[in-house]
Design a protein around this ligand. Structure first.
Ligand SMILES: [Zn+2]
Length: 173
């Protein structure tokens, strides 16, 4: 699947997750910032797997990442900046359609990084009195983003034909 297809898929996946989260009451209907952030997360992860190859899309993606990092530094959200930084290097560690296109990567990566991130934040937020209840409290506001990330990533794999949803279709990889 080409870049345009993945952008489209990411927008669809993001809209579905954002609408679903709002419908289920996890995001307030008038909280457009969070809705946009959830949709943006899904879009980010639907483009993420193809960062493993040099392309015009990749360059634009990293321009976006650059601006995001500048912004996060400016508002002093260093935890999120670190997370974005680590994430964006990950696809470059392997050849094209390597580990980022594996079927279990979305779960493992988002799960692992998400948990670490929450742990980090919890440690910052509750310095002396760290416990897992606090992590749980923080997690509650964030799990929608994990779902969005995983949904976006799987949308990419689906469009790349990693799952045989169309049994008669040709498999290119
Ligand atoms: Zn791909």
């Amino acid at each position: 699947m080409n870049f345009k297809g993945h952008v489209l898929g990411g927008i669809v996946a993001g809209s579905v997750v954002a609408a679903g989260a709002t419908y289920l009451g996890h995001v307030a209907p008038d909280d457009l910032t969070t809705q946009a952030a959830v949709a943006g997360t899904a879009l980010f992860f639907s483009l993420f797997p193809d960062l493993d190859t040099a392309s015009v899309a990749q360059r634009w993606f990293f321009r976006g990442v650059f601006c995001t990092l500048l912004y996060l530094g400016w508002i002093e959200d260093y935890e999120l900046a670190t997370l974005v930084g680590i994430l964006c290097v990950l696809p470059l560690l392997d050849h094209h359609r390597g580990w980022t296109h594996s079927k279990i990567s979305p779960f493992i990566t988002v799960g692992l990084l998400g948990t670490t991130y929450e742990y980090w934040r919890a440690r910052q937020a509750f310095l002396g009195e760290f416990n897992w209840d606090n992590v749980h409290t923080l997690l509650e506001g964030h799990w929608v983003f994990f779902i969005a990330g995983i949904a976006g990533w799987y949308t990419h794999l689906l469009l790349d034909g990693r799952f045989k949803v169309f049994p008669t279709g040709q498999d290119h990889h």
